[in-house]
Design a protein around this ligand. Structure first.
Ligand code: FAD
Length: 261
């Protein structure tokens, strides 16, 4: 099994700061982490490799500091890492990001499976994985919570609002995974030492077979007009009583008064 895992380095905060002029995320001065869902994707890849053999390559598009995220993935057990980084990529929206990452994946070479997180905790669009699959012309399944492989087929459980669906797809396939799929392992000391010794290649636009018109700001058809925290519309009421029975009685009374029940 040749597996590529897409890993994004994200700010370690839920308080995302936005540049008021460009509307882009401010990353400077904010500590960074591996996007948590991408760790689930890597853990899934590591378990598949333990069962079926093969190699895992982690790929990230980002600034030079994203090497730290890739090193953590190597320390967890990935075989190879590639950073895709160039000023030409800055200002990329999800389409330009996925176009660039898909080109990087073609350069990695043969691959049976691409694993992504279900979404990045900063951008939050959940678009990059499905778009990569479209660029590469391969099948995709999102919100995957279980993966089993037999021969050339992968059987997955896909979470939905009512439970899950079971789907069978032929390889090669792109899967985006949810948190419940596994508990990511911690990096080992041996893995960390090895990762620190590993030179991570950096691929620029010149290394990829790309149309430069489709990169960065130029290649981004969407623009962020405004970013804001939506105003709170509903006010909550806490019902505190001596017993649960009294609290439930008051809740029912309130719902009844409001003609909800
Ligand atoms: P999602 O689609 O939610 O991520 C899903 C999964 O895809 C992740 O779990 C991961 O597995 C994979 N993935 C996502 N991104 C990457 C990555 N970079 N490398 C590897 N795997 C990845 N960001 C900037 O930093 N600077 C900018 O100037 C900038 N300009 C933007 C302009 C516009 C108009 C828009 C719409 C966005 C801009 N962004 C910018 C944000 C940038 O487009 C997104 O960070 C990026 O496309 C990923 O989208 P997402 O965070 O929603 O990821």
């Amino acid at each position: 099994m040749e597996i590529i895992v897409c890993v994004k380095q994200v700010p370690d905060t839920t308080e995302i700061k936005i540049d008021p002029v460009t509307n882009a995320l401010i990353r400077q001065g904010v500590p960074s982490i591996v996007n948590p869902f991408d760790k689930n994707a890597l853990e899934a890849a590591l378990r598949l490799r333990e069962k079926h053999g093969g190699k895992i390559t982690v790929v990230s598009m980002g600034p030079p500091q994203a090497k730290e995220a890739l090193k953590e993935c190597l320390a967890m057990g990935a075989d190879h890492a590639v950073l895709v980084s160039d000023r030409a990529f800055s200002g990329s929206d999800t389409l330009a990001t996925s176009y660039t990452l898909a080109a990087a994946m073609r350069k990695v070479g043969h691959c049976d499976m691409i694993l992504c997180g279900k979404q990045a905790i900063d951008g939050d669009t959940a678009q990059v994985g499905p778009e990569i699959a479209e660029h590469l012309g391969i099948a995709q399944v999102t919100y995957v919570s279980k993966i089993e492989i037999s021969d050339n087929t992968v059987r997955v459980e896909r979470e939905n609002e009512d439970g899950y669906a079971i789907l069978e797809v032929e390889l090669p396939v792109l899967l985006s995974v949810v948190k419940s799929i596994n508990e990511p392992r911690l990096p080992t000391i041996k893995g960390t030492l090895k990762a620190n010794r590993t030179e991570i290649p950096v691929w620029t636009a010149a290394d990829l077979d790309v149309d430069t018109e489709k990169l960065g700001f130029k290649g981004s058809p969407t623009q962020v007009r405004k970013t804001f925290t939506p105003p709170q519309r509903a006010h909550s009421t806490v019902i505190q009583k001596d017993t649960a029975r009294e609290a439930v009685a008051e809740l029912i009374q309130k719902l009844s008064d409001a003609k909800i029940v």
